[in-house]
Design a protein around this ligand. Structure first.
Ligand code: SAH
Ligand code: SF4
Ligand code: F3S
Length: 481
């Protein structure tokens, strides 16, 4: 937009309706940016730091897009005039990392006193955190939560116009606001939100408390976004939600996730479709069939186990048993034999005995995951499990964690080794950071492969001969067709 356009837009009051209201505030940010440039002889720098999951990463693309359209140059934290930390609180160490960074930002702010330090995301939304920041972290002058994140431009304008400290946390609402600027990290692949929040209330998990109730986006809006992305050169999309298998609940026109997946696959130009996360309790045979029948759906499924003990699964409120999980895996493998399976496992959940833990090891041995994320249980205040009386000590949990990790790594290495010698398609994502003259690609099953290549190949899908397994990734070379 031109400066004259901004003057016209800003001559009136801020519109009440979205997204026009945020467009108005983005124009105001551009006005701040011009004033800053006149004073400092350079454009203002902005930085968004992301902690947490893919959904947070997707939100960060919006914040970065707002900063860029607001006249900021996107840069690193060390030189930024506005730093926004998009936080996670799923485990205690995720939250601690954020508070650790604030110490370093205090030093930077001494050098640039006009700096805006903002905190948003799941940690900011957690009960009591905004107040803690208000009283103990003076370096922070902007705080907002997950339910009002679409108002970032408005809040930042308030900080800059009034030199005010802005702390705004809102309760859950039904609003879905996706029409915001977007600074995509990759030009050829993109995450697309299909739903927000979570209704499952696993007893260890804080996500439903900070992300609110489950809300599905309308399929037309999702498909429009995918079509726009395809027109913009995107070939791989990742459909995002905390539990994509329950997509569609509460929409006027009923639709299942399997139906949505088929429709996304029909979008011309899209060559690969992934999704996460799948809750085992809601994974339907209809979805398995859709995955088996649609060649664009990547041969990868993330199916969090959490624990192999049926009694712990009950106390976790997961609504499946060891046996039903194993039966589900069998059905998936029967329909899609070449599927890569990955999982999440928690070690040391309250009440976990050696026998419970052995059940988890047993499932890992039987399923033979291609990869797994393993976590030590972290007590999150406000969740039911935090008050369970039989908390497991770190001394008991750590050796179990180490044994599990060793098993997971051993199996993953064996499974990767078994594919050496085959040719698979890889989407080339970037120049290899460590090897001159190499590029890095992602296989359908989600494993990375490094092979000799030119950066001009980035964004294309090429057949790669997997020549060597390095445990978690491959070395390869382009196969001649
Ligand atoms: N919605 C996804 C998971 C989101 S959180 C699902 O249900 O699969 C990602 C992972 O973090 C979870 O799968 C779980 O393994 C882990 N996690 C969540 N809360 C945790 C806690 N309190 N302690 C340790 N790990 C936790
Ligand atoms: Fe958390 Fe369970 Fe919801 Fe996943 S499904 S986000 S683990 S409550
Ligand atoms: Fe963390 Fe929030 Fe995602 S707590 S895992 S960033 S939904």
């Amino acid at each position: 937009m031109t400066f004259q356009g901004d003057d016209y837009l800003l001559a009136g009051e801020a519109p009440v309706k979205e997204p026009a209201r945020q467009a108005y505030y983005i124009a105001k940010l551009r006005r701040h940016a011009r004033a800053f440039e006149e004073e400092h002889g350079r454009k203002p720098f902005g930085c968004v730091r992301t902690f947490g999951c893919q959904m947070n990463a997707r939100d960060s693309e919006k914040f970065a897009g707002i900063l860029r359209e607001g006249g900021f140059i996107l840069t690193e934290e060390a030189e930024a005039d506005v730093v926004l930390m998009n936080t996670c609180t799923v485990r205690e160490n995720a939250a601690n990392r954020v508070f650790g960074r604030l110490g370093q930002l205090t030093g930077l702010k001494k050098k640039r006193p006009w700096m805006v330090v903002g905190i948003c995301g799941c940690l900011a939304q957690e009960d009591g955190i905004a107040d803690e920041i208000r009283t103990h972290y003076r370096v922070v002058n902007l705080v907002f939560g997950t339910h009002n994140l679409y108002k970032f431009a408005e809040y930042l304008d308030k900080c800059l116009s009034e030199h005010a400290r802005v702390i705004e946390i809102e309760g859950d609402s039904k609003t879905i606001m996706e029409e915001l600027p977007n600074e995509r990290k990759y030009r050829f692949k993109a995450g697309v939100n299909i739903m927000f929040g979570c209704d499952n209330f696993c007893t260890y998990c804080i996500v439903p408390h900070v992300r609110g109730r489950e809300k599905s986006r309308r399929p037309e809006d999702i498909l429009d976004e995918v079509r726009r992305l395809a027109a913009d050169g995107v070939t791989e999309v990742m459909l995002l939600g905390q539990n994509v298998n329950s997509y569609g609940k509460g929409l006027e026109e009923p639709i299942t996730f399997a139906q949505l997946l088929r429709q996304v696959c029909e979008v011309e130009g899209i060559r690969r479709v992934r999704f996460m996360t799948s809750h085992p309790k809601d994974l339907s045979d209809e979805l398995i069939q859709a995955m088996a029948e649609c060649p664009k759906v990547c041969r990868q499924l993330h199916l969090p186990l959490q624990s192999g003990s049926s009694s712990l699964l009950k106390r976790m409120n997961r609504h499946y048993t060891k046996e039903s999980y194993l039966a589900l895996v069998e059905r998936i493998r029967a329909a899609i034999p070449d599927i890569s399976l990955s999982t999440d496992i928690i070690v040391g959940f309250p009440g976990e005995t050696e026998e419970d833990f052995e059940e988890t090891m047993d499932v890992v041995r039987r399923v033979r995951y291609d990869s797994a994320f393993t976590f030590l249980y972290s007590r999150r205040s406000g969740t039911p499990a935090a008050d369970f009386p039989d908390q497991v000590s770190k001394e008991a949990a750590q050796p179990r964690f180490d044994r599990l990790l060793a098993l997971v790594q051993e199996i993953a290495a064996e499974k990767n080794a078994a594919r050496v010698g085959t040719v698979e398609e890889a989407l080339v994502e970037e120049a290899d950071a460590e090897r001159e003259g190499y590029v890095t690609g992602r296989l359908s099953g989600n494993t990375m492969v490094h092979f000799p290549g030119d950066p001009a190949m980035i964004g294309t899908i090429v057949p790669v001969h997997l020549t060597e397994s390095k445990g978690f990734y491959y070395m390869g070379e382009v196969a001649s067709c």
